[in-house]
Design a protein around this ligand. Structure first.
Ligand SMILES: NC(=O)c1ccc[n+]([C@@H]2O[C@H](COP(=O)([O-])OP(=O)(O)OC[C@H]3O[C@@H](n4cnc5c(N)ncnc54)[C@H](O)[C@@H]3O)[C@@H](O)[C@H]2O)c1
Length: 353
């Protein structure tokens, strides 16, 4: 088992390995009497039952609440349903909520835990590759409002993240490759060596090599933990994690979420790299290398929408502050710069030849 410490104001561990149920359950405090398991119904129910049984053996009262993963989990209606169930179960502030699912369940569970009675303890068990490498760590949570992505949310750190790679076995290649998009983004912003590893040995084709999988996940978590610890509330350096996301979120919204997050991020990375090369910021050849690595990981890189259409969404991005949007622009693998573009000029900035 690997362990990464996230050095936020209230630090916590991220455990990475196979079969982490005993270690996870052993860390739940004695004060806790009740545990809610918010789990994605697509996840193998046997593992969820194993966690529930182990908690019951420790004398906890457990309620498992299943939900459908996907962006539908991050709606106000879904949030209201879960809050009602939790309230009827009479969860108290010394009790615990487990989020068990992909990034959408991590976002929902985080928001529920941060707002129920102004905050109850949260344990995140990511079950998709994307959630394992990214969404489970860092304390951002979110709900969508209509087509507006992640506009409701808080910062709320979990007390533990346990990445049990057994869950990832059941993912189909399509969902697995969506996680690869965030991994490639992580390498792009700060781990050029990992990019080289992925070029030589694509993770998608080598997903059954559990040592390799654990090594890649650990690298992503180390990088994310360092960035989050340096800027827990997203006031500056943490913006870098947004590489490919400003356009990615616009693609998701324009497709009415038919293009999933990881795929939209892959297209967003390609678009911003193309723009950066044209502006003479990214090293020539970066785009070609990016396209090759995305293709090797089963990711379509061509975006079905033109930049004029996407600009309309970007102008309304939630990161706009004082009429300016921070945009992360790649220079080469392992290095990006933050540029501040006036919202009134963003359309021209994105589309100029
Ligand atoms: N908070 C953050 O820091 C952060 C970071 C990155 C992404 N996100 C959010 O994460 C979401 C994307 O996450 P995602 O790609 O995991 O999406 P997801 O939660 O929709 O999961 C993808 C699909 O995989 C299924 N699934 C999950 N685990 C499974 C398993 N073990 N076996 C079989 N099926 C399984 C889900 O039911 C769903 O159909 C987006 O909403 C994005 O905004 C948040």
């Amino acid at each position: 088992m690997r362990k990464v410490r996230v050095g936020t104001a209230a630090p916590y561990d991220v455990l990475i390995g196979e079969n982490l149920t005993p270690e996870t359950v052993s860390r739940i405090t004695d004060n806790c009497k009740k545990v809610i398991l918010l789990w994605d119904e697509a996840v193998f129910s046997g593992y969820v039952a194993e966690i529930g049984n182990a908690l019951e053996k420790e004398g906890k009262e457990v309620m498992a609440v299943s939900l459908e993963g996907g962006e539908g989990a991050k709606t106000i209606e879904s949030y209201a349903r879960i809050m009602k169930i939790i309230s009827e179960f009479n969860l108290t502030r010394s009790d615990v909520i487990f989020g068990i699912g992909g990034g959408t369940v991590m976002d929902l569970a985080g928001f529920v835990a941060s707002t129920y009675k102004r905050g109850v303890e949260l344990v995140q068990l990511p079950t998709s590759l994307l959630a394992a490498c990214d969404a489970s760590v860092g304390g951002k949570n979110a709900l969508n409002m209509g087509e507006e992505k992640n506009v409701i949310g808080t910062f709320y750190q979990p007390s533990l993240v346990a990445i049990d790679t057994r869950f990832l076995d059941a993912l189909n290649d399509e969902v697995f490759s969506e996680g690869c998009a965030e991994i490639i983004k992580m390498g792009y912003i700060g781990d050029a060596e990992m990019i080289e590893m992925l070029e030589k040995k694509p993770l998608l084709k080598n997903r059954k090599d559990s040592e390799y999988l654990i090594e890649i996940i650990t690298r992503c978590i180390r990088l994310k933990a360092a960035i989050v610890a340096s800027d827990e509330r997203d006031n500056g350096p943490r913006n870098i994690l947004n590489l490919g996301h400003t356009l990615g979120h616009a693609i998701e919204a324009e497709s009415n979420y038919k293009i999933h997050h990881g795929r939209a991020v892959a297209m967003g990375l390609v678009l911003i790299t193309g723009i950066s090369e044209k502006k003479g910021i990214a090293e020539t050849g970066t785009l070609a290398r990016l396209i090759k690595i995305l293709t090797d990981h089963g990711l379509e890189w061509r975006c079905p929408y033109n930049l004029h259409v996407l600009a309309g969404h970007v102008e309304r991005d939630k990161k706009v502050r004082g009429g300016t949007l921070p945009v992360i622009v790649p220079e080469r693998f392992g290095s990006c710069v933050l540029m501040k573009v006036k919202v009134s000029e963003i359309r021209k900035w994105l589309t100029e030849e």
